[in-house]
Ligand binder design. Structure first.
Ligand code: 5RP
Length: 234
């Protein structure tokens, strides 16, 4: 187990209170958190989780974390999730695990989002990691043209796009929501808020991996500790 990710997950556990409804993120760091949470549940902690992917639901079941349908809860107190990149304004790229749509739905309705990462995820400018864009397979070519236009309007030139394949194979990966992922190699996203708005206005784009103003706490795991950073939003 990656020790930096584990230390971030341990620190996140300290934010969990008895009785909470938790948004459970996706990816390897979120899964470490779920495993640790499962141990607390076995010792009597009373929490329920809303999973952000089928993989997370399976992980929660394996570790004995009770799950609840998102439509059956009236609030989600805290979401704990990983990230692919985070900048100094707490803006993020997510979706490396193709779960961005459900992750964003849950993060958006959560009262608090804590992001658990190792230091390699912290960047000055977003864009070294590809930006995943989840698209409806219908008329995908037309949607990709609109994505190029949006990128140009946000000052990003020469974007390379790749239809994400399944892990071991050539077929396109299909998300939990039945969509495809177009990975956009942007190199530098200098205005993520502008790009996010432009992508949001394309009908064939189901969601994209720019998570704007969603993270409230960032927990950066290190070898023997974790650093906690908070942002205060009006
Ligand atoms: C999945 C995600 C993950 O949070 C992101 O890819 C980070 O994953 P990991 O914790 O394995 O580094 O956005 O869609």
């Amino acid at each position: 187990m990656n020790i930096a990710k584990k230390n971030a997950a341990i620190a996140a556990l300290g934010m969990v209170e008895d009785g909470m409804v938790l948004g459970l993120g996706s990816g390897s760091t979120a899964e470490i958190f779920i495993e640790l949470l499962g141990a607390q549940v076995r010792q009597g902690m009373n929490v329920t989780g809303v999973p952000t992917s089928a993989a997370t639901a399976a992980c929660a079941k394996e570790h004995g974390v009770p799950l609840v349908d998102p439509d059956k809860v009236d609030r989600i107190h805290l979401t704990i999730d990983g990230a692919d990149e985070i900048d100094e304004n707490f803006q993020m790229i997510k979706g490396g695990g193709a779960c961005l749509l459900r992750e964003k739905i849950i993060a958006d309705v959560s009262e608090h989002m804590a992001v658990i990462v190792d230091a390699s995820k912290m960047v000055k400018t977003l864009g070294k990691f590809v930006l995943p864009v989840e698209v409806d397979p219908f008329a995908m070519g037309l949607t990709v043209e609109r994505i190029y236009t949006a990128m140009g309007q946000a000052g990003i030139k020469n974007v390379e796009t790749t239809l994400r394949p399944i892990k071991r194979g050539k077929k396109p990966l299909v998300t939990d929501g039945g969509n495809y992922i177009v990975d956009c190699a942007c190199k530098k996203i200098t205005d993520p808020i502008l790009l996010s708005g432009l992508l949001n206005s394309i009908p064939g784009v189901m969601e994209h991996g720019l998570f704007i103003n969603l993270a409230d706490t960032i927990i950066i795991g290190e070898k023997d500790m974790a650093k906690v950073m908070e942002i205060v939003r009006e």
